[in-house]
Design a protein around this ligand. Structure first.
Ligand SMILES: Cc1ncc(COP(=O)(O)O)c(C=O)c1O
Length: 450
């Protein structure tokens, strides 16, 4: 029987209660958190869409594998399973485990990048940008122009502007560009995918100039599924085959397994370069741990080994992409300004269009995120001026969907809350900073209403 409804491809075996709060309490919680939702206790949140990172539900197979974790200090059997699982998808020679994505980034950039260098990317995520800048280099965003226009429909808004990359290499010189990165999907650009054709062009350009290409692979499975749906020639391929083809175009990757590793913690750094791998492992030993565990327990390695394969499952990806689109399309149909088309892991509200009366210096995204919390206890995150300062091209509120965690009725509730906030949008007020740390300020900044 052909059916229209795409269902969750799982049933629920274990539940975690969530808590209602009263509006007057949320007003107080918000004040106590200095209007920064990162500073709220999670128990005061009803539906937590702050991040899709490490917040998903693991499968029975993952929990089963956790019991088999080998906690040997060196040469753990769990590392072998982890490495084999990573290599079956990514294909790189060296697989270096790390506790999460940013540890892989720090090790990669500390090894390859020096002060004065430039690292182009379609769009650097916050930790990537901060880790490039921490070694004294410049993080350059070169996403295509369409990727900076929230309402514009384009199948691959995460694509790199290849002409701009070519021009950058000509202007700066290959010697000051130690690597190029491609983030799949492009988180800061709205969770938008990168096409295989674009990755191929970027790869060819990099190879012509002898510049290594690294993928920021956090959401590689979602990106692969978008390619299957949208790019000619890929309909018959599996998401795993598509991922294998994409990674064959590069020289390595960084990965946060908290996303498409379907794990609560973990990450890795891959490279084909023997000399670099040795330097990276030396740094790993200094700060993360021995190269067969890299800051993770054996059980974590097992969860990632299983999760990476599950993330490539087509039933899972069909549900994943459809359920994110369900939220986005319901909002868009009712006139809410969002980034279109809907991305893989999140719906991004266009805060500059939602609350146009709030000037950019008064953080419209943070103000709107605070309003959604007040309205319905929903936690979201700003991706905009608080996160990126003057480098922000858009101000967005990201409703990130944890994997396999919330049901359709939770999402229906979120839709209701956003519509209520839309009705009352004129009353949302801007915010000003009362404290900011020296880097990655959005995590711990404090604000107050203007
Ligand atoms: C595109 C991208 N790169 C890197 C990271 C960093 O990963 P982690 O949070 O595991 O350090 C994230 C996390 O959200 C991300 O979305």
């Amino acid at each position: 029987m052909p059916t229209r409804t795409i269902i969750e491809p799982f049933r629920i075996k274990s539940v975690e209660p969530i808590h209602w709060t009263r509006r007057e309490d949320r007003e107080r919680f918000l004040r106590e958190a200095h209007y920064n939702l990162f500073l709220l206790p999670a128990d005061d949140v009803l539906i937590d869409l702050l991040s899709d990172s490490g917040t998903g539900a693991m499968s029975t197979y993952q929990w089963g594998a956790i019991q088999e974790g080998d906690e040997s200090y060196a040469g753990s059997r769990s590392y072998i399973r982890f490495r084999d699982s990573v290599q079956s998808i990514f294909g790189y020679k060296h697989v270096i485990p790390t506790h999460q994505g940013r540890a892989a980034e720090r090790i990669l950039f500390s090894t390859m990048v020096k002060p004065g260098d430039v690292v182009p990317n379609n769009t650097h995520f916050d930790t990537t940008r901060a880790n490039v800048e921490a070694v004294g280099a410049e993080a350059l965003d070169l996403v295509i122009a369409e990727g900076r226009r929230p309402g514009l429909i384009h199948p691959f808004k995460g694509n790199m502007d290849v002409a701009a990359l070519d021009e950058t290499i000509a202007r700066i010189g290959q010697r000051r560009i130690p690597l190029v990165m491609l983030t799949v999907t492009n988180n800061s650009g709205g969770g938008q995918p990168v096409s295989m054709e674009n990755a191929r062009q970027v790869s060819q350009l990099c190879r012509r100039h002898g510049i290594p290409l690294y993928f920021d692979a956090c959401r590689f499975a979602e990106n692969s599924y978008f390619i299957k749906l949208r790019e000619p020639g890929y309909r018959e391929k599996t998401p795993k085959q598509i991922a294998q083809e994409m990674f064959s175009l590069g020289d390595g990757c960084t990965m946060s397994a908290k996303k498409d590793g379907l794990a609560n913690i973990g990450g890795f750094l891959c490279t084909n370069d023997d000399v670099l791998a040795q330097q990276e492992e030396n740094l790993l030993i200094l700060t993360e741990g021995f190269p067969t565990y890299g800051g993770l327990a054996g059980r974590d390695l097992e969860a990632v080994a299983v999760g990476l394969q599950e993330a490539c499952d087509e039933d899972y990806l069909r549900y994943r992409i459809a359920s994110t689109a369900y939220l986005g399309n319901h909002l868009s149909e009712r006139g809410i300004p969002i980034v279109l088309p809907v991305g893989g892991h999140a719906v991004y509200l266009d805060a500059r269009a939602f609350v146009p009366h709030i000037p950019i210096e008064q953080f419209p995204g943070v103000a709107l995120a605070a309003e959604l919390y007040l309205e319905g206890g929903i936690r979201s995150s700003e991706i905009g001026t608080l996160m990126f300062g003057k480098a922000a091209k858009m101000d967005m509120v990201r409703l990130a969907i944890p994997r396999r965690t919330y049901t359709q009725s939770h999402i229906d509730f979120v839709i209701e809350v956003v519509l209520e906030a839309w009705k009352n949008r004129d009353r949302v007020r801007g915010l000003r900073l009362t404290y900011e740390p020296p880097f990655l300020r959005h995590f711990t900044a404090r604000l107050e209403p203007v």
